[in-house]
Design a protein around this ligand. Structure first.
Ligand code: ATP
Ligand code: MG
Length: 176
């Protein structure tokens, strides 16, 4: 019987294409340096699951469908390096619905037996990697209306890393 390969999975917010274009245009006009992230790959990771059996996807979809969080606005207004020299856009304030979304996913994943990284959640959108000396730049505030989140599979291909969306879920209209 063929055994399916594990999938490298993460829950994330995919950056809307018009915002990704504006962010990448701005990044490319500044001397951020390093290895730029492809425009189509801009995202904010909510929970990184790592390698999971392919047959876990159905259960993950069921737990994500139980998330109840209002849509929200994210304001990306800081540029910093984090981790291994990743230049990232970050919000100076993490909106409470974003924190609730992460908490609900993490709680669901823990009851599902998925071990997550012990580091606290740090909302960020990676713009470029291997940035050893980030210039001190104040970005314009990028406004991101967040209305959906998704489950993604990351694959390394000959043309670079590719994320495919396995499913996505709407956030609730506020006040409903
Ligand atoms: P590559 O590693 O091939 O250069 P990538 O980092 O974009 O590409 P993945 O390593 O599959 O792809 O990661 C997918 C997303 O999950 C990225 O946003 C990455 O920063 C995040 N991520 C990866 N490892 C962890 C981790 N241990 N904890 C939290 N987030 C992680
Ligand atoms: Mg990686």
């Amino acid at each position: 019987m063929p055994t399916e390969r594990p999938l490298r999975l993460f829950f994330a917010l995919a950056c809307p294409s018009d915002l990704a274009e504006a962010v990448c245009d701005w990044r490319d006009s500044q001397e951020v340096g390093g290895r730029p992230v492809a425009q189509a790959n801009l995202h904010l990771t909510l929970a990184f699951l790592g390698n999971q059996p392919a047959d876990s996807v159905e259960g993950l979809k069921q737990l994500a469908a139980k998330v109840r969080v209002d849509a929200f606005a994210l304001r990306l207004d800081q540029l910093r390096t984090i981790g291994k020299d990743f230049a990232c856009l970050m919000p100076s304030q993490s909106p409470s619905p974003l924190n609730q979304l992460v908490e609900q996913l993490h709680a669901g994943l823990s009851t599902h037996g998925v071990m997550l990284d012990a580091r606290p959640f740090l909302p960020h959108v990676t713009l470029s990697r291997q940035v050893h000396a980030l210039p001190d730049i104040q970005p314009p505030a990028f406004h991101w209306p967040v209305r959906r989140f998704g489950l993604y599979c990351s694959e390394n291909t000959s043309s670079g890393v590719h994320y495919s969306e396995l499913a996505s879920w709407p956030l609730a209209a506020p006040g409903r």
